[in-house]
Design a protein around this ligand. Sequence first.
Ligand SMILES: Cc1cc2nc3c(=O)[nH]c(=O)nc-3n(C[C@H](O)[C@H](O)[C@H](O)COP(=O)(O)OP(=O)(O)OC[C@H]3O[C@@H](n4cnc5c(N)ncnc54)[C@H](O)[C@@H]3O)c2cc1C
Length: 423
Amino acid sequence: MRCSSEYDVAIIGGGPAGAAAGTQLAKAGLKPVILEKEKFPRFCIGESLLPFGNILLKQLGVWNQMEDAGFLRKYGAEFCTGDKSRLRRFWFGQTLGASCEYSYQVERSKFDELLLNNARAHGCEVHEETRVSAIENIDTKKMHLHCETPQGALSIHADWIIDASGRNAFTGKKLGLRRNITQKKRRIAIYGHFEGVFRNSGKAEGHITIARISDAWFWLIPLSGNKTSIGLVVPADQMSKPNSRTLDDVFQEAVDSTPEVKDRMKGASMLGSLRATGDYSWKFSSFATRRVVLAGDAAGFIDPIFSSGVMLALQSSMRAAELIIRAEKSNRQLSRFERFQYTRQVMGWMRQYSRLIAPFYEKAGFEVFMNPASLLQIPSSIARLVGGQTEPTFIDSLRIEAFRTICRLQRFVPIAPAIPSLR
Ligand SMILES: Cc1cc2nc3c(=O)[nH]c(=O)nc-3n(C[C@H](O)[C@H](O)[C@H](O)COP(=O)(O)OP(=O)(O)OC[C@H]3O[C@@H](n4cnc5c(N)ncnc54)[C@H](O)[C@@H]3O)c2cc1C
């Protein structure tokens, strides 16, 4: 491993997007460096993976380690109403084939460290506890990154930057890119780890449970051992009411009024304390400039209801690495067309999820979602998307559009049975 301050590519952030990009660039013979402000392992939310992501993990050469890491297998997902009146279970194997029969529920501290070590093993230099604080000559061939480390300042020169800084969106802000808010209502997630939460039996033990309540939802993600991640996603204004309730108040009140979650949590105890994060669903207007490419959450963030974040982070950063490898080989910057195409492709992947997220938050849409009729094979198209298929076939795309139309009709004509407990 070379230890100089001159690199082909500086990658800001060592989460899934940064680690995947570093791996691919090093494999191609370039000299990348990952600059990560934290010391790994570090806590991160986003623990439920999608089976289409398996293909990417295999390409990164980390799949065998995933299989041996002791993570809990996830064979599907279940959606239910908080009042226990409806339950819909997806089994990936039924629609996605044997190679995508399952994915994993992961503690991100362990998963992210595994990916970062994989980047190291492929020859990518990694600096932890190294925060990028400023960039000079941004978007030129002689970019100069100023970093802060416990040992003092560090200077990095690079021809390219991949911004994988997550929702910090470091370069997007520096470049002054326009930020589009894609979900009108601001939401906040309150979450923690618990022990002793009820689990499904058999192969459904690893299913993620999404419990929809009026204007909000819970996730329950079983992790290995006896640990379960539980989160509540509520409109942000619930935290700013005049009597300013604490995170614990809001969380506990929601649990107490949601039989599905309350019953599963009987006898459970919290490990540590609750955390919260907000600011949902936005994206920059462009994801690439001549020498800076934005990947993962640094490009945009979509509501986590369908657990798509990690897969999109891997997919976009591996694509970003491909672009840079190609341009570097012919000693040129990214063309206007390549920048446009990258942005369009990644936005297209994100849009597939946005098409399902909107109906999920509407009463009428959720009623249709929870009552799948085999009509036009819409459920299998939805299942493929829920499994992570970001580039649906033309037919799948048409079926999702048909589903959205039925959801709109449901507002006026009762096609699916009503769910009175929802607003
Ligand atoms: C409430 C919630 C629930 C979610 N649930 C899921 C889920 O179930 N499944 C799923 O797939 N996704 C989920 N997500 C999304 C998922 O967490 C993200 O999409 C994923 O972590 C994105 O990976 P990333 O590498 O782009 O960014 P991150 O994982 O955020 O990594 C970014 C890294 O950059 C580092 N960094 C930031 N700024 C700097 C700097 N200036 N200098 C150096 N380093 C820096 C950070 O320390 C961090 O390690 C959820 C998200 C939220 C908010």
